[in-house]
Structures are given as structure tokens and as C-alpha cells.
Design a protein around this ligand. Structure first.
Ligand code: NAG
Ligand code: NAG
Ligand code: NAG
Length: 890
């Protein structure tokens, strides 16, 4: 049986490419970046005495000025019951604070551009009991900060509606204009809009002031701090298409035709009702070039009367012949369209708005899994947190694109946005690059996970945060499902938790009837009320079983046998996917001995336990896990026994800042398939062997440079899609092995180390498939610098990621090299950050000196805005020869 959702897609906004429209200039709408020209101050104590609301961590309660009543009205557009919308009280709170006033001199404040994460430059807190510990990444995210900027308005802006659009500010944003509190938005991951119009003076300079407040203990991972996404000023006629005011979905999708439904919300902020004609053309969209192509359809024009101060929806449908469908790579193509909507008043164009979308159908089949456009697509997904490693939370399109490129090479086709709304540009990337997305909004509801997390504001904000998230993202074809919670405490609270889940589920369907709802459950069982609510069953860890095998027997905590069969029989019509699997732990290139003989074992500090608390490292044999976790092999076994499961989202794709289980004195995670710097762990090849079974690849671990292990047992494992393999040590066969059922790797666990050469030859169906060699290296003598891109744009955003390898005299990477490397740069650019993927490295990210970690270091370079010419990047280390790398700046 299957539950069917036929679908749709869509979106994105906008307007950057309007000038490419062939038939008309953009009329009526301007969207201006406000990313430059800010002044910034971070305060460690609350001198302004403002606060959104009383909080458990704040003691001097009596002299605080609580602004919540003035902030709540910012949610009104997203509260469906008019009786529940908020009235703004009288008064102008905060206007006596100097920082909001036009006369305040901010010239001594730091000059910054957005996106900006104030915490990422560090330094790391290294002490025990630090104010920000390992969970939140040991970086100085806490406290209050202010951003100020002038807005110069011309007289041309008179009579327009002027909006401030903030894609994300961490957190508790409050905004003043010319000393007046405009509004704000507490949840740091959502995008929001404030109407500046009534506070602005057209034809004059205006002063914007934004206050942020990051509590300690507010997150289970690194949240970042600051206005860490893009900020825009949108100028429109008072009658215009509302914020995220289009919704496009498609139905009856086939190769021959598709019906597209469009809803346009026309908003009238003017003083009188207006008669508006709405016209929308559909064009092909080339996402590689950003070019709008041929017109392929035209919606019927509609006329609507919009009363003053109201919004009116306009619905229309059109059939597209021979649609170019959107589907995930590599088996399908991520084709996109753009709908160009124009509003006319008295035959004059008053607004132009673009909506990117895709045409596709989705089927969530309980027996088979996910079908896209009728074709089965196994979900080969990963979870991704929002940070970009050494660049922090400040969103950067190229850094995110690089993360996705490395994941695509892995064979990954799906991303779960754990556990919060992503930057809007990340969904533009997943649309363009053909990834499926599980889009997720909350990590907690009323029940807290940390003292000052979202539970404090959930009752006031959940509806607005959920509706705004859905309206922003529902046009993206890459989004296939909405997750309204991750491992929330309410999952096991019987009827009460299920009732709350039902409310959230209903909101999801009100805003988007085309996609399923889900929430990730790690403890709720099939007979509990909570899972009944979900359209798709998303299991965290319990699908493959938690602490249910002998190596985990001595651990505290609930032991759960594999839950796939029980959920499947209880919910025979619901698709099941694992939204988190594995939680395998490792540090790239570090191997600890002895090695367990098990297929999966909890990481521990005991001999054979894979962990070394002194080093703060976990062995990369890829067998060791968090206490509740499982090795990839164990996950694969359970999934293969339960073929109705649609696939998995691995915890996690990349390492991320914070949550450094099992060593909380470190700064970043051990969970990633890819380390924080973007270097591949051995596990990468294990997933690649499963997700790209046609790729001729064999990968040996460990490295073979162990002068301290001569004669000692040093297991050799090989990852490959082959079915047979023979290992040779210095030409001597160590045996030819067959992959038995439920084997996902080749293991030679009794190899005695001798220096020299390990070589593996693999076979598939009796034919040679792929081979790999590792050799014992000698002393490190040289460095090799390789840029991922040798030409970058001087737009202030583009980046080159340069990998530095420490090599021996023959050019092999010295796998244990930890040489100190110093970076310098000549030309019109700057070194933004360095990293090496070591979770325990406490050198701050902007440092131009960094030790290699197991032979590798990364340096990230940006060109100066508007520059051209050549950048030369040099790396030096004592006794190491090195050729610089040269980048062209365009
Ligand atoms: C227009 O579409 C919206 C969203 O799908 C729907 O709620 C509404 O009922 C439709 N209105 C009409 C008049 O069809
Ligand atoms: C709009 O233009 C059409 C065609 O030129 C004309 O018939 C109509 O009267 C115009 N409407 C308005 C409101 O000016
Ligand atoms: C290893 O594989 C490559 C590529 O298929 C092949 O050219 C080469 O001969 C193989 N080498 C050995 C030693 O088997």
C-alpha cells in the first residue's frame, strides 16, 4: 500500500536575474543587498538592560526592560486565527538606549560586512567548565551584540513600501529605525521581514540598529552568533506580491504534460482598495547560467479587488506540455522553471516577482520506498548541521556548494537539514544540484534539551516559526518532506505529545497540502500515539537497533531491537526512512590498537575500544560508535534485511562544530564521513562502495607507516564494491577473501606489520575490478599545494580551498605528519581561515599557522572585492620544500 502525494515544487525567489528577462525590464520591485557597511559591537554584559523576556540564566531581573510585547506583533502574518494576533502596546521601548539613536557615534565600533559570525574567530575556550563548553563548540557565541548601519533613502522611495528582509540572525533579533523599535524575531534560524515604511524618512539618512542576544546553554551544537545570513531591503509599490507570496505546485505529472497550480497573494498596504490584474508567464530556467529561457506557458490572467490593508489570493492553473521534469542526480535531471508574475493597476505594471520551481511527482510507497516521477530512488542521505567548519555559521554559497560537491562524489543524493531551517541559498543549491531534502524546523518543543533553548519561546512562536518556514521553502523542488521536530521530548508523553504533534502536522498541511509531514523519533514505539500522527515514519537509530548487540551489553540506557519490522507491520501504509543512522565516530587517519573483532562497538577508552582520551581521538577503523550508534556495516545489514525501508540519512555527512562526543574537551564532532576541513575519512569509501556500486574503487586502511609496530598485529580492511579481494604484503598473499552476505568490507585482521607495500586486487563477478596500494613512507621533505579552484571571482564572497599535503621524498603523503605550517599570501586577496580536521586542535580558525594533522592542512582564500590579478599562496614548514599555488582573480 502506499500513501501518495503528487507534487510539486518550487521556488525560491528571486530577483537578482530580472535583467535577464528578455521581454521586459523589472518593473516595480527593487531588492538591494544590505550586506556591507555595518558597525558592530559585542558586549559581554547587559549594559542596555533590554531583554526579550525573563530567562533562567538572567538574575538581575528587576531592572530589565522586557520587550516581548512589542516583538510579538512581528509574528502576526503567520498566525491564522485573527483573535490570536498581537496588538502592539503603546510606548517606544529602548529609545533611550544610546545605540539606537541617530546621534550616537559608532565610528569606534568594528566595521563588518554580512554574513557575519562574531564567534568563529575565537579564541576557543580550553578550560574545564568553560562558559561555552564542547557542546556549543568552545567558541565565544554568548552575549549581546549590536549592529548599526545607515540607510540612505532617496525621494524616489517616497510612497513605496520598504521592507527589511533578514535571512537569519542569531538570535533574539530586535530592530530599531531612527530610534523607534520596529519589531524582531527570536528564533535565530528563521528568515523574517519587518515593515520599515512608517518609521522611514524618504530622501534622508536613516539609522538602523539591530540588537542580538545569545544565551549560554541555548543549543546542543555550535549556533554561531550574529547576522550570519544575507540582509536585503525590498522596495515595492504599496500594492505588491506579499512576502513569499507565491505557491506553485504541480499535479497529473507525466512526460507528456503537467498541471501547475499557482496561488499569488496580493497585498495592499495602501489607503484605498485597488483593482489588480495578475499575469504570470512560465519560462524554462537554466540554473547553470541563471538565465531565463523560452516561455513555455502562460497562466490565465485574473483580476482581483484588494481592500486597503488586506491580502487577497489569486488562484490559477495551466497545463505545460512535455515538461522537463525535476529529479535527483545522477539518474534524473534537476530541470527548473521560473514563473514571472506581474501585477497591473490601470494597465501599468506595479510589481514583478519571480518564482523558481520544478515539476515533479513524488510517491511515498510503504513497500518500495520513494518514487520520483514514478522511478524508485533509494535515499542515500546525510544529515548536515548549518556551520561551514572554519568559516563558522556565516553563510557562503561557495563553501556550501563545496560541501555538496564532495557529498555528490560520495554518491549521496539527499540532505536532512538537521535541525533547523537552512539558508535560503542552500535550497537553491540543492534544487540546482539535484539533491533531495528533508527540511526540518525544530529540535525541541515545550520540553527542553538545554536550559535556554527554543522551549522558552515555543508557546508564543511555534505557529509563526512553522508557517514562515513552510512559506519560504515550499516552492523548492528539492524539498520532499517537512520535519516538524527532531527527537522531541514529547514523543513519549502519550496523548499530550501526540496532540501537540497533531497541531504541527495540521499546520504543515494547511501551508502545503502536497508534501508529507514527519518528525524524527528515537524512542517512541509503534504502539504509542505519537507516530500515528506522522505521514512518513522517520526513525533515528532504532531502525537498526540501539545497544542491542553484545559489545553494547554493558552500557546503561534503553536497549532496543531493530524496529523496522514492528513499525512496518503497525503502519503498513506509511513509508519508513531512517532520518539518522550510524553515529559512527572517528578522526581522519588516526588508528588505535588493538582493533575490535566486532562489526560495531561503542567507542571507549579501554584497550580495543577505539578511543584515546589523552589524544581526544577515535580510531578510524570505522567500527566504533556513540553509545546509541552503529557502524555503517551494522546499519547496512539491517536495512538490507528490511528492503521496504526507503533508505537512510547518515549522522553525519560532514563533521561540524560542537557536540564532540565522546571528548567534550574538544571543539568539533567525530561523527562526519568527511572531516571539518573537508578531507575524506576512510568511511567515505565504505559509503561510496555501497552508494556507487558501479564505481571501480578499492580503498585500503590503515596507512602503512608504523615503525613502532614491526611484527605486531595490524589489521587491514578494504572498502570496495567488489565481491572478492586478495591482499598482498610485500608481494606475499595474505589470502583471497569473498564478501559473504552481510559483509560490507574485506578484513584481514591478523596481518603482522612489516614496512613495505600493501596491495589489494579486487574482483567482481570473477573479473578484476579495482586495486589500491599503500606504501611505508620515509621522512617528510616537501609540501604539495592544490587549489580546488585556481580562478575565483573578486565579488567578496568567492573562495578557493587549498589543500596542503605533507609528502615524503617519493611524493607519498606522510600519514602521521604534524609539521607546523605557516601560510602567507601575495596579491589582492586574504587568508580567511585554516583548518586540519583535528577535532582537538585549539588554534583559532583565522590563524595563519597550523599544524598538519595526519599529513593534511587546509587554507581558505578570498579575493579582495573588485580586485583583479594574481594571488600567490605560499606554505612553509621547517625542512619542507614547497611550490606556491597561484590563483587568478576575475
Ligand atoms: C486557492 O488556493 C488555496 C491554496 O491552495 C486554497 O486554500 C484556496 O481554497 C484556493 N481558492 C480558490 C478560490 O480556489
Ligand atoms: C487597459 O488597456 C485596455 C487595452 O488597451 C483598455 O481597453 C482598457 O480600458 C485599459 N484599462 C484601464 C483601466 O485603463
Ligand atoms: C590497478 O588498476 C589499474 C586500473 O584498472 C590497472 O591499470 C593496473 O594495471 C592495476 N594494477 C595492478 C598492479 O593490478
Amino acid at each position: 500500500m502506499s500513501s501518495r502525494y503528487v507534487l510539486y515544487n518550487v521556488c525560491g525567489l528571486i530577483l537578482l536575474s530580472l535583467f535577464l528577462l528578455r521581454d521586459a525590464a523589472p518593473v516595480g520591485r527593487e531588492r538591494v543587498s544590505l550586506n556591507t557597511g555595518w558597525r558592530f559591537l559585542r558586549a559581554t554584559t547587559n549594559t542596555d538592560k533590554l531583554i526579550y523576556d525573563q530567562r533562567p540564566d538572567v538574575s538581575d531581573r528587576n531592572d530589565l526592560n522586557v520587550l516581548k510585547p512589542w516583538i510579538l506583533p512581528s509574528a502576526n502574518d503567520f498566525i491564522s486565527d485573527p483573535a490570536k494576533r498581537h496588538q502592539r502596546p503603546i510606548g517606544a521601548p529602548g529609545s533611550d538606549v544610546p545605540f539606537v539613536q541617530e546621534t550616537f557615534d559608532d565610528s569606534a565600533w568594528e566595521a563588518v560586512n554580512l554574513p557575519h559570525d562574531w564567534a568563529i574567530k575565537g579564541p576557543f575556550y580550553t578550560e574545564d567548565n568553560a562558559v561555552v563548553g564542547g557542546g556549543m563548540g568552545r567558541l565565544p557565541v554568548q552575549g549581546i551584540s549590536w549592529y548599526r548601519r545607515e540607510l540612505t533613502m532617496t525621494s524616489v522611495d517616497k510612497g513605496k513600501s520598504i521592507y527589511l528582509d533578514i535571512d537569519g540572525a542569531m538570535s533574539y533579533a530586535m530592530v530599531w529605525l531612527n530610534g523607534n523599535l520596529v519589531g524582531g524575531w527570536p528564533y535565530g534560524y528563521n528568515s523574517f521581514r519587518l515593515d520599515l515604511t512608517s518609521y522611514l524618512r524618504p530622501g534622508d539618512d536613516n539609522q538602523l540598529a539591530i540588537r542580538l542576544d545569545n544565551p549560554t546553554d541555548s543549543s546542543r551544537w555550535y549556533p554561531g552568533g550574529g547576522i550570519y545570513r544575507n540582509v536585503w531591503l525590498t522596495k515595492v509599490d504599496p500594492t505588491h506580491i506579499a512576502q513569499w507570496g507565491t505557491f506553485i505546485s504541480s499535479k497529473e505529472v507525466s512526460a507528456q504534460s503537467a498541471t501547475i497550480d499557482l496561488v499569488v497573494q496580493v497585498e495592499n498596504k495602501g489607503p484605498a482598495s485597488r483593482q489588480i490584474e495578475v499575469a504570470t508567464d512560465v519560462h524554462a530556467f537554466d540554473s547553470a547560467t541563471g538565465r531565463t529561457g523560452e516561455k513555455v506557458a502562460e497562466f490565465p490572467r485574473a483580476t482581483v479587488n484588494v481592500p486597503a490593508g488586506q491580502k487577497q489570493p489569486v488562484n490559477c492553473s495551466v497545463t505545460v506540455k512535455n515538461p522537463q521534469l525535476w529529479g535527483p542526480l545522477p539518474t534524473q535531471r534537476p530541470n527548473l522553471y521560473v514563473a514571472v508574475t506581474r501585477l497591473y493597476a490601470s494597465n501599468k505594471t506595479i510589481d514583478t516577482y519571480e518564482t523558481r520551481f520544478g515539476i515533479r511527482s513524488l510517491t511515498f510507497d510503504a513497500g518500495k520506498g520513494l518514487l520520483v516521477n514514478g522511478k524508485l530512488v533509494r535515499i542515500q542521505g546525510v544529515n548536515q548541521h548549518h556551520d561551514l567548519g572554519a568559516l563558522g555559521a556565516a553563510f557562503n554559497v561557495r563553501a556550501a556548494e563545496r560541501q555538496l560537491e564532495i557529498l555528490r562524489d560520495l554518491g549521496c543524493n539527499a540532505i536532512r537539514m538537521s535541525h533547523n531551517p537552512p539558508a535560503p541559498e542552500l535550497l537553491d543549491l540543492t534544487d540546482r544540484m539535484g539533491f533531495l531534502v528533508m527540511d526540518e524546523v525544530f529540535d525541541c518543543w515545550e520540553r527542553k534539551k538545554t536550559a535556554n533553548d527554543f522551549h522558552l519561546i515555543f508557546p508564543d512562536w511555534y505557529e509563526a516559526d512553522l508557517r514562515s518556514f513552510l512559506r519560504r521553502d515550499r516552492n523548492h523542488p528539492s524539498v520532499i518532506a517537512w520535519s516538524f521536530g527532531n527527537e522531541v521530548g514529547e514523543q513519549s508523553t502519550a496523548e499530550a505529545g501526540a496532540a501537540l504533534a497533531q497541531k504541527l502536522h495540521d499546520i504543515v498541511h494547511e501551508e502545503d497540502p502536497t508534501r508529507p509531514s514527519t518528525a524524527s523519533i528515537n524512542s517512541a514505539k509503534p504502539d504509542m500515539p505519537f507516530p500515528q500522527v506522522l505521514d512518513v515514519i522517520s526513525l533515528n537509530y532504532q531502525g537498526e537497533g540501539i545497544r542491542d548487540t553484545p559489545p553494547y551489553a554493558d552500557l546503561q540506557g534503553i536497549k532496543t531491537p531493530p524496529q523496522y519490522p514492528d513499525f512496518h507491520s503497525k503502519f503498513p501504509a506509511k513509508m519508513i526512512v531512517s532520518s539518522e543512522t550510524a553515529a559512527t565516530l572517528s578522526t581522519r587517519g588516526t588508528y588505535l590498537f588493538p582493533v575490535t573483532n566486532e562489526v560495531s562497538a561503542p567507542a571507549s577508552d579501554n584497550a580495543g575500544g577505539g578511543g584515546n582520551p589523552g589524544l581526544r581521538q577515535v580510531s578510524a577503523y570505522e567500527l566504533y560508535t556513540a553509545p546509541f550508534g552503529a557502524s555503517p556495516d551494522k546499519v547496512f545489514t539491517t536495512q538490507d534485511k528490511n528492503p521496504f525501508v526507503a533508505g537512510e540519512f547518515v549522522w553525519s555527512g560532514w563533521d561540524y562544530l560542537g557536540e564532540p562526543t565522546p571528548y567534550y574537551s574538544a571543539r568539533s564532532s567525530y561523527f562526519g564521513i568527511i572531516d571539518l576541513a573537508g578531507f575524506k575519512k576512510d568511511r567515505y569509501y565504505l559509503y561510496q562502495s555501497r552508494w556507487r556500486p558501479d564505481l571501480r574503487m578499492a580503498h585500503i586502511l590503515p596507512h602503512w607507516t608504523w615503525p613502532d609496530r614491526v611484527g605486531q598485529v595490524t589489521p587491514v580492511h578494504v572498502f570496495s564494491a567488489a565481491d572478492e579481494a586478495e591482499l598482498f604484503l610485500n608481494g606475499q598473499s595474505q589470502g583471497r577473501k569473498k564478501k559473504e552476505a552481510s559483509n560490507y568490507r574485506f578484513r584481514w585482521d591478523e596481518v603482522a606489520y612489516q614496512p613495505g607495500e600493501l596491495h589489494v586486487v579486487t574482483y567482481k563477478n570473477g573479473r578484476e575490478w579495482a586495486n589500491d596500494t599503500v606504501r611505508t613512507t620515509d621522512a617528510a621533505t616537501q609540501l604539495r599545494l592544490t587549489a580546488d579552484r585556481t580562478a575565483i571571482k573578486a565579488d567578496g564572497r568567492d573562495l578557493s580551498f587549498i589543500t596542503v599535503e605533507v609528502l615524503d621524498s617519493r611524493g607519498d603523503v606522510a600519514p602521521r605528519a604534524d609539521n607546523a605550517i605557516t601560510f602567507s599570501l601575495n596579491g589582492p586577496g586574504e587568508i580567511v581561515a585554516t583548518d586540519n580536521g583535528d577535532p582537538a586542535d585549539m588554534a583559532s580558525f583565522p590563524s595563519k599557522e597550523r599544524k598538519a594533522y595526519n599529513g593534511l592542512v587546509l587554507v581558505i582564500v578570498r579575493a579582495k572585492t573588485g580586485a583583479s590579478g594574481q594571488i600567490t599562496v605560499t606554505a612553509t614548514g621547517t625542512g619542507l620544500r614547497a611550490a606556491p599555488v597561484t590563483l587568478a582573480v576575475k
